[in-house]
Ligand binder design. Structure first.
Ligand code: ZN
Length: 686
């Protein structure tokens, strides 16, 4: 046998028994294309379907043509679920009902993770037993019955109970340990430390005590249905808090987890829609009523991590809210997510302040629920509508000015500057329609918005991000303040101002020029990409981007150095470009830009999208070049009459939409549409 204690036989048997299309299809929305299946790659921030699953000729593999991820079913599981080989093999074997011939102990880096999963599994089984226990489960059963959750749902969701005692689980573990003494591998009970890390056991004054006492237990599972944490609801109203969640651990991150994702995943993929509730019992009520694509966040608003996971499965996310106050706050967060990820986010407020559980329980509740879902509002439209109300309510000129400034500041805070070009245009045109201000002036005012810290935010300034785990990601997109060399020292060069541009216009203009050059330097192969113009025609990027069109002297000299190569499609490296450049500042600019470009786009596929956006912004700024900045205080914005405003807004949106498909916009693959009667999102790009 090989050094590995796994012979090929187990692996081959598992691979033979695994239908790769079905497996990948459980994680990613796939559609057939020729003899292959294609879908959004889960291993990079994919916006066009770059991943193919190839299964003909007896073998099966997946391959991403953008990031290069490739492999078989075991690789998929290892990479997707961040598992070790042995865990991936076990999970697939279990899935196909195959018994592995060779097993090994708990060694290795995955051990910690596996012990946490095992600890949660042991607890889930214990809590279920307590719930079924004639005495210990009495009060929990009564509490569950008061919520009207039938036995079938209790079982499907694995509900359980923590007993009204400080050591019920501790004593259970002691009994198990005695029973399993000498057991190895999967049968072995993890050390107490694993239970402590999972929050199932805590330290009391006289030794370990139960982590949960006298509560109804809702297991929170990963996509494969393994319990990774628990939501625990009070039984005694004297106990606080009402809900208690397991602490974050090596297997549980509340900003990423979704309650019931394992039960809802298939339905989310099939309907291309995820319904997000606020509470666990709401999810159960939805599933009970047949709304099986319902999940809940775990005490957080929708995060970008959620959106990133869901966008692989669905085209749209509907957030259900029962009331207005909490709903507005969550809707604000949803806007932020919507700005950042190419997925439709819709806001659904249920009638009469009812939560899904209450509504679905009513006579005719399902019909009212479905109607509310159909009337759900695009997050962008929601944002715009709230602004319209606010703006119309503002009395005088200065009050309106304040409203405009506030909404622009809010947009900046929400990450508006990072938003893909077409969405940006949609927002700006909506605001322009409401305020009666030209978009150009709103854009200029947006450039002048100050960051929360009081620092003026140019288009180049790094934005504060709100979701910590994404810190890495954002540093790829934006120059980090820790690396001043990547910042833009020449942005305040006086020459543009000397030509009559305002400081904000000059900054935006230089930023646009640098963005375009950055991607061209890092990925010269995409220079021939055709860019669609506002009049509907399309031109190769190289024809739009002539050195004369660049106003910043460094940018102009960099483009002059590489333009002939770009036009001819002649391959070149940054060294070639540096050799061609004469001035030190030109060389420095090129060196900075190539790094920025490589960070912004990891692959040529990404680079194409980035280039399209950069040229789009460049063109927009170039067209709006009239170097007159009108401070908002000097404007006298007439409010569009509410009767004709929707039509005007619609006309603008139609005009924007007619520009064609933009893969960075929220319109997605053509593909099959679900057959539900729900209307397509109103503002989508199709
Ligand atoms: Zn990929």
């Amino acid at each position: 046998m090989a050094a590995s204690s796994y012979g090929n036989s187990d692996r081959d048997r598992v691979l033979d028994a695994t239908d790769l299309v079905a497996l990948v299809g459980e994680h990613v929305q796939l559609r057939p294309k020729g003899r292959e299946h294609v879908g959004l790659c889960p291993f990079h921030d994919d916006r066009t379907p770059s991943m193919s699953v190839v299964t003909h000729k007896g073998s099966g593999f997946y391959k991403c043509f953008s990031c290069g991820a490739a492999g078989n079913a075991i690789d998929f599981m290892m990479n997707y679920h961040k598992m070790e080989f042995i865990d991936a093999l076990r999970a697939l074997a279990e899935r196909s009902g195959i018994e592995l011939r060779q097993t090994r102990g708990d060694e290795g880096a995955a051990g910690g993770r596996r012990r946490l999963l095992r600890a949660n599994a042991v607890a889930a089984s214990y809590f279920r037993k307590v719930l079924a226990h004639p005495e210990a489960g009495t009060s929990a059963r009564a509490a569950i019955e008061r919520r009207g959750i039938p036995a079938e749902m209790q079982e499907r969701f694995g509900l359980g109970a923590a007993p009204d005692s400080w050591d019920g689980f501790i004593r259970h573990l002691e009994r198990l340990r005695a029973h399993h003494a000498g057991a190895r591998g999967d049968d072995a009970l993890p050390e107490l430390e694993a239970f402590r890390a999972a929050g199932l056991v805590r330290d009391g004054r006289q030794g370990p005590i139960d982590g949960f006492r006298n509560r109804v237990m809702f297991p929170i599972c990963d996509e494969m249905g393994q319990p990774i944490a628990f939501g625990a609801r009070q039984i005694d109203p004297e106990d606080s808090p009402k809900y208690l969640n397991s602490p974050e651990s090596g297997v549980f991150h509340k900003g990423r987890g979704l309650y019931a994702i394992h039960l809802a995943k298939k339905s989310i993929i099939d309907s291309r829609t995820a319904v997000i509730c606020e509470g666990y019992t709401d999810v159960i009520a939805c599933h009970q009523a047949g709304v099986t694509n319902a999940v809940a966040t775990l005490g957080t608003a929708l995060t970008r991590d959620h959106a990133r996971m869901l966008k692989r499965m669905a085209e749209r996310v509907v957030l259900l809210f029962d009331g207005d106050a909490a709903g507005q706050r969550a809707a604000d967060r949803a806007i932020e997510v919507f700005f950042a990820e190419p997925i439709d986010v819709r806001i659904c407020t249920l009638p009469d302040g009812l939560d899904p559980d209450e509504l679905l329980r009513q006579e005719g509740g399902r019909a009212r629920f479905d109607a509310a879902l159909e009337q759900s509002e695009d997050a962008l439209r929601h944002f715009v509508r709230r602004f319209r109300q606010d703006f119309a309510a503002a009395g005088g000129l200065s009050a309106r000015q304040q409203r405009i400034e506030a909404v622009l500041a809010r947009l900046v805070e929400l990450g508006f500057r990072q938003m893909p070009g077409l969405r940006r245009t949609l927002v700006m045109s909506s605001l322009a329609a409401i305020t009666g201000l030209p978009e150009r002036e709103l854009e200029a005012a947006l450039e002048a918005v100050r960051a929360p810290g009081g620092r003026a935010v140019g288009a180049s300034a790094p934005e504060p991000r709100h979701d910590g785990p994404e810190a890495d990601h954002s540093s790829l997109d934006h120059p980090s303040p820790d690396h001043p060399s990547l910042d833009h020292p020449s942005l305040d060069h006086p020459s543009l101002e000397a030509q009559g541009f305002s400081a904000a216009q000059a900054r935006a203009r230089r930023q646009a020029e640098r963005d375009v050059l950055a991607v061209l330097l890092a990925h010269p192969g995409v220079a021939g990409e055709r860019i669609r113009l506002y009049d509907g025609s399309a031109l190769p990027a190289t024809e739009l981007l002539t050195p004369e069109a660049f106003l910043d002297p460094d940018c102009r000299s960099v483009l002059a150095a590489i333009h002939v190569w770009l036009e001819d499609g002649h391959p070149f490296t940054i060294d070639d470009a540096l050799a061609e450049l004469r001035s030190a500042s030109g060389k420095a600019a090129a060196a900075d830009l190539v790094i920025v470009g490589a960070r912004r786009a990891a692959s040529e596929n990404d680079a194409r999208a980035v280039l399209r956006e950069a040229v789009d912004a460049f063109e927009r700024i170039r067209r709006a070049r009239t170097p007159v900045a009108v401070p908002i205080g000097h404007l006298n914005p007439p409010i569009a009459r509410s009767s004709d405003e929707p039509a005007a807004l619609q006309a603008r949106l139609d005009a924007i939409r007619s520009r064609g498909r933009d893969p960075t916009a929220f319109g997605r693959l053509p593909g099959k549409h679900n057959n539900s009667s729900a209307p397509r999102p109103h503002l989508d790009g199709s």
